[in-house]
Design a binder for this molecule. Structure first.
Ligand code: ADP
Ligand code: MG
Length: 719
């Protein structure tokens, strides 16, 4: 098996295997042999399955509660002394009724505990079900023995243990359900049908240009409602006001405003016109649009978000591994302790009944029922709350790492700046300005960098030259051949190392030097063009600093984090940008290649720092991986998403602090949960061993401990 991820909260497992090594049937048989029943995952059916499971739990709990109530009528009367002096026959009659009432509670309602026990024993892992079933079961068996022996019976103990603990489980299931409802909500956003545009054969349309797809009837264009599953890349889809967008794509025609809050957490509508990207699951507001499908099925951003959140919940935090290990030792220890308690009471002269009841109390009270839930529930809620605010966290382990952060490293281009650069000035050297621009834009056409977009925008009118041997060096520049002559565009350092010129002063006229310097000081990125081994042009590209960047950095500093800006760009430019966001006490690292960014982070880590890196591009990938927590900014390229631990769905730097705060809060909740899960046990265990706690009160205490954990975790949902 290559890998297996199990999400206990959503009852899902994702398994990768090599069919040449192992057969799927073999995998399924093995899953079966450890006591689980594998079923194929069908999104729609899954929701239903979860609901069925919860209803099943409710039915078992309801049955247990009903029979226990009848049983308690008899028990309470007996404890109150009303049964004193009744005849042996009457007593036996009530005892048999008690047996009849308890049997369905133990064997129907208690089934989850029985199967859990069987599963546990089969794998030799002692789980909590073992404790509960042993407790309830021994009270039951002992009572049956007492019927024959003519003593008192304790069926009520057995039934109440099952009833109370089932109550706790039912509440837990509800909490899990509500916590994962964010995913369910996202799934529900996937429309089932869409209106696809079909062109009839006899359409009068000659070329694409003169189509009017929105009011296209007249041109022989009509729409057809088809299942979304049948739609393919390249299909044209029509969207009317108020409709949900069924797939990812690019707007072809029309304009509108779209509510993307479900993906980004941003409630302000985003305006769309031809060329804008639209995303599956978002809500079109007022306008008509036609868009071309770019991504379908599991490739859509929505599907990716759902997958990420689910995988995150399946990834276990180290604290959970610790908790699980504790349970592994705890359960056998408790079994032994309970046995010893019973023995001690018996040896020191107590009645068999008291000895057994005290042993059962120890079993029940020691059960760390809430422990299994303490970590996963908090992580489930933490990741869901994050996702609803536009922060995708890829796992519980990341939450644990993010809470220790003391250093934030921010990339400049696209992270502190908007990443929507514009060409400020353009000079040809030895060639005309226009010629320099058309050489540059021919080359940049092949680059995905934001600088490329700025240059193409201005040089886009001319017919581009054919470029051969194109190569991109992330964080440095690009190169290619035009008419057999080599062309390079990139940073000063890139051009210099390519041997085009050694120092700027050698080649550049003093006026040009001062222009470059003033552009850099004004915060623009200056890139250099070389043609046929000679410097041929200089371009200044300006990019606005994000509106919220200053505030975001201030927030980070207020939280006590050290902030560093790192960039592949020129030092002067970097300093100016840092100045704009009033980064006092902020270190600036400029002219760094991608691997050097990662290297810089490694150095900080060697100094004992815990580093968050926030970046957006391919050039940031090594640094994102190196950092303790890598955060990719919204609309980041896919590679950055892969290497990041968290993804900000909306380009808002303030989310970085929010993400750190949320992680801290989630981690605190986990610790509190673990405390509540254990606190009751620790206080009540000595009482139980000392014979001062009836098993029923032990069960009540356990339920309270589960309730504390659920209640405490739910606080994450608020604020
Ligand atoms: P940052 O580290 O600030 O995010 P990058 O690493 O993306 O910036 O880029 C660093 C520098 O490399 C840019 O300032 C630019 O000089 C140069 N560069 C990278 N790619 C290109 C390109 N496609 N065209 C021109 N210059 C480029
Ligand atoms: Mg960048």
């Amino acid at each position: 098996m290559a890998s297996a991820k199990v999400n206990y909260a959503t009852h899902k497992a994702r398994i990768r295997w090599n069919p040449q090594v192992i057969d799927i049937r073999e995998i399924l048989t093995r899953i079966n042999s450890v006591g689980y029943t594998p079923k194929p995952f069908i999104a729609e059916a899954h929701e239903e399955q979860l609901k069925v499971a919860q209803r099943d739990l409710l039915l078992r709990f309801g049955t247990a509660a009903f029979f226990s109530m009848q049983l308690m009528l008899y028990s309470v009367a007996m404890y109150a002394g009303y049964f004193q002096g009744i005849g042996e026959g009457t007593k036996l009659f009530f005892q048999i009724i008690a047996l009849l009432l308890t049997t369905p509670v133990l064997f129907y309602s208690g089934m989850p505990f029985i199967s859990g026990t069987v599963r546990g024993l089969r794998n030799l892992t002692f789980n909590m079900d073992v404790l509960i079933f042993t407790g309830a079961g021994s009270a039951y068996l002992y009572s049956i023995y007492q019927i024959f022996a003519g003593g008192e019976v304790y069926f009520d103990t057995s039934a109440m243990i099952i009833t109370l603990i089932l109550h706790g489980r039912y509440i837990e299931a509800g909490a899990k359900g509500r916590a994962s409802s964010h995913i369910a909500g996202l799934l529900a956003l996937n429309p089932k049908e869409a209106r696809k545009i079909v062109r009839s054969q006899e359409s009068g349309v000659k070329s694409q240009g003169d189509e009017d797809l929105i009011n296209g009837e007249a041109y022989g264009v009509r729409t057809e409602t088809v299942p979304v599953a049948s739609i393919q890349r390249g299909d044209l889809i029509q969207i009317t006001p108020g409709e949900r967008i069924p797939l990812d794509g690019i707007v072809n025609e029309g304009s509108s405003e779209v509510d993307e809050s479900m993906l980004t957490g941003e409630s302000k509508p985003v305006s769309k016109r031809a060329g804008s990207e639209v995303f599956c699951g978002t809500q079109n507001l007022y306008g008509h649009i036609v868009f071309e499908v770019k991504r379908t099925g599991s490739d859509t951003v929505l599907s990716q978000i759902i997958r990420t959140v689910e995988d995150a919940q399946a990834r276990r935090a180290p604290v959970q591994a610790l908790a699980d290990r504790v349970v592994g030792y705890f359960v056998p220890a408790v079994l032994i302790l309970s046995f010893l308690t019973g023995m001690m009471w018996f040896v020191y002269g107590s009645a068999v009944t008291d000895s057994i009841m005290n042993a059962v109390s120890v079993l029940v009270i020691a059960c760390p029922c809430a422990l299994g839930l303490a970590t996963p529930l908090a992580i489930l809620l933490g990741t869901s709350v994050g996702a609803s605010r536009g922060i995708l966290i890829k796992g519980g382990d990341i939450i644990e790492r993010a809470k220790d952060i003391d250093t934030v490293v921010l990339d400049k281009t696209g992270t502190i700046t908007e990443g929507k650069p514009e060409l400020a000035t353009c000079y040809g050297i030895g060639i005309s300005d226009a010629e320099a621009l058309s050489l540059a834009s021919s080359l940049e056409r092949l680059s995905e960098h934001s600088i490329a977009k700025a240059i193409i925008q201005d040089g886009g009118v001319v017919t581009p030259y054919t470029v051969t041997n194109f190569a991109a060096y992330p964080g440095q520049g690009i190169r290619g051949d035009i008419d057999g002559k080599s062309v390079l565009i990139g940073s000063r350092r890139y051009i210099e190392t390519a041997g085009i010129f050694k120092t700027t002063d050698d080649v550049l006229a003093p006026e040009m030097l001062s222009v470059i310097e003033s552009q850099e000081i004004s915060g623009s990125t200056v890139v250099f063009l070389s043609y046929d081994g000679k410097l041929a042009g200089v371009f200044a590209i300006s990019d606005r600093v994000r509106e919220e960047a200053g505030e975001a950095v201030a927030m980070m500093q207020k939280m006590g984090h050290d902030v560093t800006m790192i960039t592949g760009d020129n030092r002067n430019t970097a300093l100016t940008v840092a100045d704009r966001i009033s980064l006092d006490n902020v270190k600036v690292m400029a002219e760094k290649y991608p691997v050097e960014k990662a290297e810089a982070i490694r150095k900080m880590q060697e100094d004992g720092r815990k580093v968050i890196m926030v970046g957006d591009g391919i050039n940031d990938a090594p640094a994102l991986v190196q950092a303790d927590v890598g955060i990719a900014m919204g609309r980041a390229t896919d590679i950055a998403l892969e290497s990041a631990d968290m993804v900000l769905m909306r380009s808002d730097l303030r989310l970085v602090s929010d993400a750190i705060k949320l992680s801290g809060k989630t981690y605190r909740t986990i610790k509190q949960n673990l405390f509540w899960a254990f606190a009751y046990n620790m206080v009540a265990l000595p009482l139980a061993a000392a014979g001062m706690l009836h098993p029923i009160f032990a069960a009540i205490a356990m339920t309270l401990s589960s309730l504390s954990v659920v209640g405490n975790s739910m606080r994450l949902k608020r604020g």
